[in-house]
Design a protein around this ligand. Structure first.
Ligand code: 1HN
Length: 347
């Protein structure tokens, strides 16, 4: 006759779980809470990479390797809470890329989508899918998935930009492919400024059919963005939880500019502080102008122009502007929205 003491039941259960293992099975009830949490556990940590720290290392890297040899001379920013992952958030990659006058970063293409947010310098260009664009600080530039791209530098000072890629998203789907172009530069077939003229002025060629999920505008110049941002205070008060928050749009359909990476820019007037807010997308911020700090779960992180900081998803935070503050941001929000997963909470 079997006894039914609690310990007996427990040891019979443990034996049962061990028996399942070699058959590649497991009991859901031992894992249910972890598989289906009551709410997200923030992935990674809030962290700031100050440009005062990153820039000297980036410049030192140029004494060790050329852009050609490195293919891309980049120091990646890895979330200290996600060691070894090459991720700045659970779903996004970030790096700082340096190109010196005369250098070329050779042409290739890959299924990961990339954005550039220009930090410093002038005179460098990126060529994407047959069109060159020269980049200036604050410009937001798109390299859509599977488009040939290379970078070059016709100016005379070092040029630095932030690369944001959806590498972890593509890895999750095991969808990574890459190809090198047969020569250093891929052919340029359209004049500089063509995309902006055709699609970036509130006009569109009649009959235009989109063959991609990306915006046909691939450089959103900061001069225009800044003018729009600084016009907003004239029309009313900022949103108390986000400040004057704008997203980069695809003029074809009004959606986000890229299919997997949501890109936004905001203005917080000097002295303004947001009310506590959280959302399910872990977000990478770049301080473009001004300065201030972010409070993330009682931790204060100060930032200045060119600093990059990250706030994990579902962490409550507030932003504080000590001067008129412009912040660029990117996250997986667009992908979460398409999948019906995005949530936000305003306190
Ligand atoms: C890439 O293609 C670039 O084109 C930058 O500049 C960073 C990081 C990982 C994979 C591809 C670029 C990258 C990258």
């Amino acid at each position: 006759m079997t006894t039914n003491t609690a310990t007996d039941v427990m040891s019979r259960r443990d034996a049962f779980y061990r028996e399942l293992q070699p058959h590649a099975m497991a009991a859901l009830w031992t894992r249910l809470r972890k598989l289906i949490p009551s709410e997200p556990t923030p992935a990674g940590e809030a962290h700031c990479w100050s440009y005062g720290t990153t820039r000297p290392y980036l410049m030192e890297s140029a004494t060790l390797i050329s852009a050609e040899e490195a293919e891309r001379r980049v120091l990646l920013m890895e979330n200290p809470g996600l060691p070894g992952s090459s991720r700045i958030t659970n779903t996004m990659y970030a790096g700082l890329q340096l190109i010196l006058p005369g250098e070329v970063a050779p042409a290739h293409r890959h299924t990961q989508s990339a954005l550039r947010f220009i930090i410093e310098g002038s005179g460098a260009y990126t060529a994407v899918d047959g069109e060159k664009t020269y980049m200036e600080p604050g410009d937001f530039v798109i390299t859509p998935a599977w488009t040939w791209h290379h970078h070059g530098h016709d100016g005379d000072t070092p040029m630095v930009w932030l690369d944001g890629l959806d590498i972890p998203v593509v890895s999750f789907f095991n969808g990574g492919f890459r190809e090198e172009f047969e020569s250093e530069a891929s052919p340029v077939t359209r004049p500089v400024g063509d995309a902006l003229a055709r699609y970036g002025t509130g006009l569109m060629p009649v009959g235009h059919r989109s063959s991609t999920m990306n915006s046909p505008v691939f450089n959103y110049p900061y001069a225009r963005t800044r003018e729009a941002l600084f016009a907003l205070p004239r029309a009313g008060a900022p949103d108390p939880h986000t400040g004057y928050l704008m997203r980069y749009t695809n003029p074809v359909d009004g959606g986000w500019a890229m299919p997997t990476i949501a890109t936004m820019i905001r203005l917080l007037p000097s002295g303004f502080a947001t009310l506590p807010y959280r959302a399910t997308d872990s977000t990478v911020f770049v301080c473009v102008e001004g300065g201030g700090h972010v409070m993330v779960s009682n931790r204060r992180i100060d930032f200045a122009p060119h600093d990059v900081f990250v706030v994990p998803g579902w962490c409550r935070y507030t932003l504080h502007a000590s001067q008129d503050l412009v912040l660029f941001a990117y996250s997986d929000r667009v992908a979460q929205e398409k999948l019906g997963l995005f949530r936000e909470q305003r306190f």
